[in-house]
Design a protein around this ligand. Structure first.
Ligand code: AVJ
Length: 327
């Protein structure tokens, strides 16, 4: 009888507001509206980012691939010279398709090591643990599902060896330089003397080239930005009309910051649960920063975060760098 009574209770409909809702409401209630670009990456956003990487204007992926294809041996040899033996940790491993080139090179040099991919996506970690050892026989994979700094800390208790930490793909560009310095310091605090950090940075270059990468002719980047409004509609029951927002990317060659905005093309109101958000005509939502650095900026950043800059691996055009630092 008791069980039946329980079963007959109405389902709980009211959800406690999640972090996503709280962050969105905070950003859209600010004087200068903003959304956090970390929320771009739902299933549709992941797919759109894959499409961006295939856009002819989006040079970043090709540049870093060139570095890994042409210089993996050099990178691996430098790591061995500095550490003799080490394990590899990767922050935001994703599908590890680029990193696997470097992982293979290190294996081919005869080093016995463990690869610790860290990712916020549990399914990605599961996929890597299953597929990588097949693709790279002899590779030991130990996935860590969670936040970067927390999992980096966890990796320290899983190995007594030195660690080579990878943070590829210019993800560091998604926060302003001040925050990048704070984040890199936090990484440094989790490392032991001699540990290595390799970070991918997109470099300052011809402003038109940079702007085009965030304003592709096919409009994929535009969709990538609008998808966050659609995600808010889908997950938070909002009613954004994406035809009333325009994608507006801008690059400042003085500071190296490339920023994307969505501009409200008319005065409008958008509803989001109990809240009502007012947009003036031409009001902006700040969506994303993709910070660009010079090689000198990067060396300065290394020192600020408590590292020694070892070597900068650039592509043939000097458009992108994988910078190697030692703790
Ligand atoms: C994944 C952060 C490297 O900023 O270039 C691509 C994301 N945004 N196009 C970048 C992105 C718009 C990308 N990162």
């Amino acid at each position: 009888m008791k069980t039946l009574a329980l079963l007959q209770q109405p389902p709980v409909i009211r959800k406690t507001p999640g972090q996503f809702y709280t962050d969105v409401l905070k950003g859209l209630s600010a004087d200068n509206k903003y959304l956090d670009s970390k929320y771009f990456y739902d299933a549709a956003g992941d797919k759109l980012f894959q499409d961006i990487m295939r856009c002819p204007e989006y040079y970043l992926t090709g540049c870093e691939l060139e570095i890994l294809e042409q210089q993996s041996r050099d990178i691996a040899l430098t790591l061995c010279a500095l550490c003799s033996t080490f394990d590899v940790v990767e922050l935001g491993a994703g599908d590890a398709s680029k990193t696997s080139i470097l992982l293979k090179q290190i294996l081919d040099m005869g080093l016995d090591y463990t690869y610790f991919p860290i990712d916020i996506s549990g399914s990605m970690i599961g996929y890597l643990e299953k597929t990588l050892p097949r693709q790279l026989p002899g590779l030991k994979v130990h996935g860590l599902n969670g936040e970067y700094i927390e999992m980096l800390k966890a990796s320290a208790s899983l190995t007594a060896k030195k660690r080579a930490v990878l943070f590829m793909g210019a993800s560091i560009g998604n926060v302003p330089p001040q925050e990048a310095a704070v984040f890199l310091k936090k990484i440094r605090e989790q490392l032991r003397p001699g540990d290595i950090l390799i970070t991918g940075f997109d470099l300052k270059k011809d402003p038109a080239t940079i702007l085009a990468a965030y304003n592709d002719a096919a409009g994929i980047t535009r969709e990538f930005n609008l998808n966050l409004l659609r995600r808010i509609n889908r997950e938070l029951g909002a009613n954004f009309d994406t035809t009333k927002f325009e994608h507006y990317p801008i690059y400042d060659p003085g500071t190296g910051s490339c920023k994307s905005y969505l501009i409200s093309t008319q005065e409008q109101e958008v509803h989001l649960e109990d809240a009502c958000i007012h947009f003036a005509k031409d009001e902006a939502i700040y969506m994303e920063i993709s910070q660009k650095y010079s090689l000198a900026d990067i060396d300065r950043l290394a020192r600020e975060a408590g590292f020694r800059s070892v070597r900068q691996f650039t592509d043939r055009r000097d458009w992108f760098v994988d910078a190697m630092w030692q703790s």
